[in-house]
Design a protein around this ligand. Structure first.
Ligand SMILES: [Zn+2]
Length: 325
């Protein structure tokens, strides 16, 4: 593991709640408390029973959907609450009076997300900005809720303008059987288009636009406009990779069109942010740095001939097939 230059203590999970598999969700339902989830550094030592319970919950989610869950990580003066709805993580990052939200989940989950935030004592009206790590429906779909109701600033990557302005995904490329089963459904997930207030081309300081000190930087790969958010020792990476289903491992994402380039992007991520110790992903996670290093090595070994990085024009959103009446 690369030791970070920062002397702050490693992030720890202070409290976590995961709602057991439940009947269809009520919009106004508060997020109940449930058994603790292990922090990244100790997840590998988590009890076998809790891991099996999580796996069972995830498996059943495919059939019925699990309710909102929340896991809280404290790192120095930062608090991160990860609210998860339908596999999709929304990270609420707070330092003192300043709050930003990284990703906004599906449009259809926005009301429940709002209620879950309030249940955690977070006032959605006081969020300085919603940062959309990329324009896929399960990350950008809920952003419009905040903009419309609270006038919240939306920050997104300029490479994903075609996605946010159409409310449609670009071409997804499944990386395994599980994804291929669901690819058609995920490909055609849509949301009401939303316009960002700040389009990030290469880099953006957060403090002037959202109050909270940090940086947003472009790291195209999963989409052309993918962003990474860095706050202190914490990095929020969207779908650059995902957390493992069990434990704290880093796993290639279900959809990635160029896995060779993905290995190179992970290496670049680690080099650009040597201070980052914990990586918050769009799905599952969070992930400790060692695990990201290991995934980057696995991808480089599997795909040793990554093509040189190119600056590509934004990929178009995929047209929708005609709807059956
Ligand atoms: Zn995605």
């Amino acid at each position: 593991m690369n030791n970070p230059p920062c002397s702050s203590p490693a992030p720890t999970v202070d409290a976590a709640a995961r709602v057991p598999c439940a009947p269809p969700r009520a919009v106004s339902r508060a997020v109940p408390r449930a058994p603790l989830r292990a922090p990244p550094a100790t997840a590998a030592r988590a009890g076998r029973s809790s891991r099996l319970a999580l796996a069972a919950c995830v498996g059943l989610t495919a059939l019925s959907g699990c309710g909102a869950s929340v896991a809280t990580v404290r790192a120095g003066d930062l608090t991160v609450r990860t609210l998860t709805l339908n596999y999709n993580n929304v990270h609420v990052v707070q330092r003192g009076a300043h709050t930003v939200v990284v990703d906004a989940g599906l449009q259809g989950d926005a009301a429940e997300l709002d209620a879950a935030m309030r249940a955690e004592g977070i006032d959605p009206a006081k969020v300085g900005a919603v940062i959309v790590t990329h324009g896929h429906a399960d990350h950008a779909g809920g952003a419009r809720w905040f903009k419309q109701r609270y006038g919240t600033k939306i920050i997104a990557g300029s490479g994903d303008q075609p996605l946010l302005r159409s409310g449609r995904n670009d071409k997804l490329c499944s990386t395994g059987t599980l994804a291929s089963w669901q690819e058609d459904q995920h490909q055609h997930a849509t949301y009401t288009p939303v316009e960002a207030d700040v389009w990030v081309g290469t880099s953006q300081e957060l403090a002037p636009v959202a109050g909270l000190a940090g940086r947003v930087e472009a790291l195209p790969g999963h989409t052309q406009g993918s962003l990474v958010v860095l706050v202190g020792q914490l990095a929020f990476v969207g779908d650059l990779f995902r957390g493992g289903l069990v434990g704290s491992s880093a796993v290639r994402h279900l959809y990635m069109c160029d896995l060779a380039a993905n290995g190179r992007d992970l290496t670049e991520l680690l080099a650009r942010w040597p201070q980052a110790t914990t990586f918050f992903t769009g799905h599952f996670g969070p992930v400790a740095r060692d695990e990201v290093v290991a995934l980057a090595a696995r991808l480089r070994a599997e795909f040793p001939k990554a093509s040189p990085k190119q600056t590509l024009p934004p990929k178009p959103a995929v047209p929708l097939p005609p709807r059956a009446e």
